[in-house]
Design a protein around this ligand. Structure first.
Ligand code: SAM
Length: 290
């Protein structure tokens, strides 16, 4: 008998993977948590039936959500990760010796426990002494923070369930208040091909609060359409012009997807996306190369 898993990206489109077995299956206080073992993509973490990470392609997402903001910032010391319970973003943060404080705020502690047990390669950094973990709602946590972080990474599920509030303007204002004067925030912003409206709303909400807002892309085969996006908003830094070039070059020796050339090219958007964006009245392309 053959076993197959399908994630429906829309009523008419899905991703199907051949499965060896189901390793873990539990309803947590927040969501349905499943771990499957696939033939071609290794172990897969599902939350409410949606692919969160696979062993084969998680490095793309975690490297791009982490190294782009860190190399764009002049000298980051403190990072807040909201979500990220699998530990992949923390693992990538720990490649930066200059970081002194890495705080993770994850609403579901059972995601952390399951990933520590079944995804050791991804969650390895969660036990590092630099990392402080809080199991609580990031929406509430952020309200108590003022000028406390250099970088904030929103590594959450899509805007459904507990994550809905992480994509709203009020939350982004709280993020702005929690960032230091040269702070940068990055959020995963879904597939601009599959869910263009969601991506556009995230960009518009952030650009209504931050003076510099850009979006960049990466290829993640197990995410809807394979074209995935991030939105980066900063109080001062330009994500390309202010990139620490030599530092980014050296980092490339310790990554599998990110490098200094990818950092720059990822911000170049195809016309069907860039023509929908303006930043501070400039067309997206002019804003990027201002
Ligand atoms: N790479 C994935 C993606 O792009 O969809 C994200 C993976 S990570 C496992 C997503 C995490 O966000 C989940 O563990 C979920 O529990 C957490 N999360 C969702 N809403 C949250 C909230 N309001 N506060 C903190 N964590 C939240």
């Amino acid at each position: 008998m053959e076993l197959w898993f399908t994630e429906k990206h829309s009523p008419n489109i899905g991703l199907t993977l051949k499965i060896k077995r189901c390793i873990f299956h539990k309803k947590t206080s927040c969501q349905q948590l499943d771990i499957l073992e696939s033939l071609d993509y290794g172990k897969i973490l599902l939350l409410d039936g949606l692919v969160m990470i696979t062993e084969r392609d998680e490095f793309v997402y975690h490297e791009m959500i982490t190294h782009v903001p860190i190399t764009a910032h002049p000298d980051p010391k403190s990072i807040l990760i909201i979500g990220g319970g699998d530990g992949g973003t923390v693992r990538e943060c720990l490649k930066h010796a200059g970081l002194e404080r890495i705080d993770l705020v994850e609403i579901d502690g059972e995601v952390i426990d399951a990933c520590k047990k079944f995804f050791p390669e991804v969650s390895q950094g969660l036990n590092d002494p630099k990392v402080k973990i809080r199991v609580e709602d990031g929406i509430k946590f952020i309200k108590g923070q003022h000028k406390n972080y250099d970088i904030i990474i929103i590594d959450s599920t899509d805007p459904i369930g507990p994550a809905v509030g992480l994509f709203e303007k009020t939350f982004y204002q709280d993020v702005f208040n929690a960032l230091n004067t040269d702070g940068i925030v990055v959020t995963q912003s879904g597939s601009p091909f599959q869910s263009t409206e969601t991506w556009l709303n995230i960009f518009k909400n952030l650009s209504s609060i931050f003076p510099k807002t850009s979006s960049y892309l990466a290829f993640i085969p197990t995410y809807p359409s394979g074209l995935w996006s991030f939105v980066l908003a900063s109080k001062t830094a330009h994500p390309i012009k202010d990139m620490r070039y030599d530092y980014a070059r050296q980092l490339g020796a310790r990554t599998k997807y990110y490098n200094h050339a990818i950092h720059k090219s990822a911000f170049s958007l195809p016309n069907f996306l860039s023509t929908q964006l303006t930043s501070n009245g400039q067309t997206y392309i002019d804003h990027l190369h201002e």
